[in-house]
Design a protein around this ligand. Structure first.
Ligand SMILES: [Zn+2]
Length: 373
């Protein structure tokens, strides 16, 4: 079979879409969609990483399809994708943004190829948690033009700057090392198993939990996911990793730290979201199609072991069957007695410190069995 000439090899860290775009620049000097049309390949199939479309493109060029398919982010369901066996939801991908490192693109341009056939998109740039270039230690830049073809990620269109202009962007960038969470994600996509408990979770669950824990500890319980910048999320990943990398025990330490802070900063009216911030609505949501149960189980077990509650109270989306702890006010409500009377009885029995009579319920932990005596 005749192949397109000259041969333009696929880069081992490249996306199939980027390679197709470089082929179109080299062989036609034009854009991606007409080039693929000429080959009878649907651009939507290439975007979706479809095996037959990628294989046909490889057949047309003489490229071994194995490394290309290895980097294909393949659509496997509604808003669900797979990269080297790791399931990624649409929320884990940066589409319709295109991320790039200006210094990497300048380095690409030194290959001797025409600039639009030289600069290429890395597959790691497609994953949301990857926010820092590990070669140049700088934040990746995200860009979209607000047009239908943003999803093609054509660098020649989205990043048309000269090398000098890109060099200027690189020099303006803040220095930042890749977060340990980013390193973990990259190693896991490469097939490494480094943290047994995190590895047992889906990649999305492991990263989302780590970032949310870190976001609360760094920016407080009032922090809203939509209000945090990419730099904030990167910092959150660093903070959360210090706990989640030590498995369930580390996660429970982070939860205990949140409880301690809530008890110090709030004197009354503590809601669960005042303690656990954005993790509470995330895990309490029972309508999501995502499987949050492995993390929800850890959070609930920690809550039930340390916090007050009553039967049927909802905790992370599930009712409590038998609370370990309760408060005078909650027991009084349940038993239909006057809360002040109950408190006085408990203080008299030495079960509740007199000084804490009016204090926050969070501080008033005791077993309801003892109160029944
Ligand atoms: Zn770079």
């Amino acid at each position: 079979m005749a192949h397109l000439f000259p041969f333009l090899p696929f880069n081992v860290d490249e996306t199939p879409l980027s390679w197709a775009t470089r082929l179109s620049a080299l062989h036609t000097g034009g854009r991606l969609v007409p080039f693929l049309n000429d080959l009878g390949i649907s651009y939507l199939s290439i975007i979706a990483g479809a095996t037959d479309a990628v294989t046909r493109l490889c057949d047309a060029t003489g490229q071994d399809p194995a490394p290309v398919l290895r980097n294909a982010v393949q659509k496997i369901g509604k808003r669900s994708y797979s990269l080297r066996g790791q399931v990624l939801s649409a929320e884990m991908l940066v589409t319709p943004d295109t991320r790039f490192c200006p210094a990497c693109l300048v380095a690409d341009s030194r290959s001797g190829l025409p600039v639009n056939a030289a600069r290429y998109g890395r597959v790691s740039w497609r994953v949301k948690t990857i926010r820092t270039c590990p070669i140049h230690d700088m934040p990746l830049i995200a860009r979209r033009l607000g047009q239908w073809d943003d999803k093609l990620s054509e660098l020649a269109v989205i990043v048309p700057e000269s090398n000098d202009a890109l060099q200027g962007l690189a020099e303006l960038a803040a220095k930042r090392s890749p977060s340990p969470l980013q390193n973990y994600v990259l190693q896991r996509i490469d097939g490494a198993k480094t943290h047994p408990w995190l590895d047992s979770l889906s990649l999305e669950l492991a990263t989302t939990m780590t970032e949310k824990l870190g976001a609360i500890l760094t920016f407080g319980t009032d922090a809203k996911p939509r209000e945090l910048s990419e730099a904030d999320w990167d910092a959150a990943g660093v903070a959360g990793w210090a706990f989640s990398s030590r498995d369930e025990r580390g996660v429970c330490e982070a939860l205990a730290l949140m409880q301690k802070r809530a008890a110090i900063t709030r004197t009354n009216g503590i809601r669960k979201a005042d303690i656990f911030g954005m993790t509470y609505p995330w895990l309490a949501n029972r309508r999501t199609f995502k499987d949050l149960e492995p993390v929800r189980t850890v959070f609930r077990a920690h809550y039930l072991a340390t916090m007050t509650g009553l039967p049927d109270d909802l905790v992370f989306g599930q009712p409590i069957e038998e609370p370990k702890f309760s408060t005078p006010n909650k027991i009084a409500t349940l038993e239909g007695v006057d809360p002040r009377t109950l408190r006085n009885v408990l203080v008299g029995k030495g079960l509740v410190p007199a000084a804490s009579e009016e204090g926050a319920c969070l501080c008033l932990l005791y077993t309801s069995d003892a109160a029944d005596e």
